[in-house]
Design a protein around this ligand. Structure first.
Ligand SMILES: NC(=O)c1ccc[n+]([C@@H]2O[C@H](COP(=O)([O-])OP(=O)(O)OC[C@H]3O[C@@H](n4cnc5c(N)ncnc54)[C@H](O)[C@@H]3O)[C@@H](O)[C@H]2O)c1
Length: 344
């Protein structure tokens, strides 16, 4: 574990999945997290199931004076707050702009003014788009390859990366840009209208006795990284000497197919049925992170396998059944209606 003894770390979006895991990791590493969130990411029942940080400051990253006050108290900043779903940002570009562009600008301005020791900007693997090989090939995403963001969420992340470089280089403040791949794990709770958090969705469907929809026979692959691993990698990036100014993938370096995830869930709940579904239009086959830079610069690799992660998630769900959103059972039909333009 990274030593953050005595470090005060402002974590924006600290009530969300990744921010909360980072705050826990900071505390466990001897540091003091300062947790900020406006609680816009989920409804109140879901935040209750997630469990809020005892020292949470409820506020908006767009609040300049609040950002100034909290940043002044901090040695480091981890900027995890975002309107964090691809589908959500496409449906509501105004909120996406407020949180992901305007809000990021305020966070960076405060970090520059207060001369923090280092800021981590949490970008996303979404900046790679379909990659250089195209959406029908399994990809290996390398940090320096060309970017091709395909939606407002990804475009805002790519803009956030360059805005981080421009503002913080000019202010002489150190920073690291991290690009997490598919983060999953205990406390991940699906959002309405977002169809990307497959481990959580499949575990919940199987728990409810519903079949698991396998688009394209589950051939799509993703690079799954457990949230506790992602939090550790991000905390290492706060202090690793060579992470300053770097852009680093955060992934396992391995692909796991959606069918494999479904089979891992069925190993625990053997009555689970699979249901064939068409491939949604433009859904990429997927790929994994190149982790050479991450391994070298952070001296670290994720430790939690997808099999262990599914096991842990199902155990958490058994203890926290209220985490299953009331709207979830009907969600699959709504999603197939949105995906009505499908490839054969
Ligand atoms: N989950 C993933 O697979 C994944 C992958 C790559 C990158 N990311 C990025 O990691 C970060 C954290 O993602 P997450 O999965 O924890 O999402 P999340 O939705 O669980 O958490 C984001 C939190 O940010 C808060 N927030 C949004 N706008 C805010 C504002 N204006 N002021 C204050 N707080 C605000 C929300 O209330 C929410 O609690 C995001 O930047 C996301 O884009 C996530």
């Amino acid at each position: 574990m990274t030593s953050l003894t005595g470090a005060r770390v402002l974590v924006t979006g600290g009530a969300g999945l990744i921010g909360a895991a980072i705050a826990r990791h900071v505390r466990a590493s001897g540091g003091a997290p300062i947790v900020l969130d406006d609680l816009s990411g989920y409804d109140a029942v879901t935040y209750q199931a997630l469990g809020l940080d005892p020292d949470l400051v409820v506020g908006d990253i767009n609040d300049e004076s609040l950002m100034g006050r909290l940043t002044r108290m901090s040695d480091f900043v981890v900027h995890a707050a975002a309107f964090s779903t691809v589908a959500g940002c496409t449906r509501d570009p105004d909120q996406a702009f407020q949180s992901n562009l305007s809000g990021t600008h305020q966070v960076l301005r405060a970090a520059a003014r207060e001369q923090v020791k280092r800021l981590i900007f949490i970008s996303s693997a979404q900046v790679y788009g379909h990659g250089v090989q195209g959406l029908d090939q399994v990809q290996h995403f390398v940090e320096d390859q060309p970017m091709s963001p395909l939606n407002p969420y990804a475009a805002a992340k790519l803009w956030g990366e360059s805005h981080t470089r421009h503002l913080l280089d000019a202010a002489g403040v150190d920073y690291t840009i991290v690009r997490p791949f598919s983060v999953y794990g205990e406390r991940q709770i699906p959002k309405p209208g977002a169809w990307s958090w497959v481990v959580a969705q499949f575990c919940m469907y199987a728990t409810l006795g519903q079949p698991l929809p396998l688009n394209n026979s589950g051939r799509q692959v993703r690079d799954f990284v457990h949230v506790d691993d992602a939090a550790e990698g991000i905390c290492r990036a706060l202090v690793a000497p060579r992470a300053g100014g770097a852009t680093i993938n955060i992934g396992s370096g391995r692909t796991t197919s959606i069918l494999q995830v479904a089979e891992l869930v069925r190993d625990h709940l053997p009555d689970t049925a699979f249901q064939a579904a068409p491939r949604p239009l433009h859904d990429p086959l997927g790929g994994c992170a190149d982790i050479a830079r991450m391994t070298e610069v952070l001296g670290w690799q994720p430790a939690i396998t997808v099999a262990d992660g599914v096991d842990r998630y199902l155990n958490w769900l058994r203890e926290t059944p209220e985490a299953i959103p009331v709207w979830l059972p009907g969600e699959r039909d709504r999603v197939s209606a949105w995906n009505s333009g499908v490839t054969p």
